[in-house]
Design a protein around this ligand. Structure first.
Ligand code: FES
Length: 71
């Protein structure tokens, strides 16, 4: 799923940046991938995916990694 349409950044790309490049905050994510550097509409979603990838999100995030857990 695309998170940042302006830069063509996907949920998977953000996860990879966290896991492979050690990205741990939105500023570094923006610097490395360009997320939220144009219109800024992706800030909230990017932060959510970032937090999820860091293990700090309890909602399941955009990729449906844990969508069946709460039923
Ligand atoms: S959608 Fe990410 S900067 Fe526009």
């Amino acid at each position: 799923m695309y998170i940042c349409l302006c830069k063509g950044v996907t949920c998977g790309a953000i996860r990879s940046a966290v896991n492979e490049q050690g990205i741990a905050n939105l500023r570094d994510l923006s610097r490395n991938l360009g997320v939220a550097t144009q219109c800024g509409k992706c800030v909230h979603s990017a932060r959510q995916v970032l937090n999820e990838a860091l293990g700090a999100c309890a909602t399941g995030g955009c990729c449906g990694a844990s969508t069946e857990a709460a039923a």
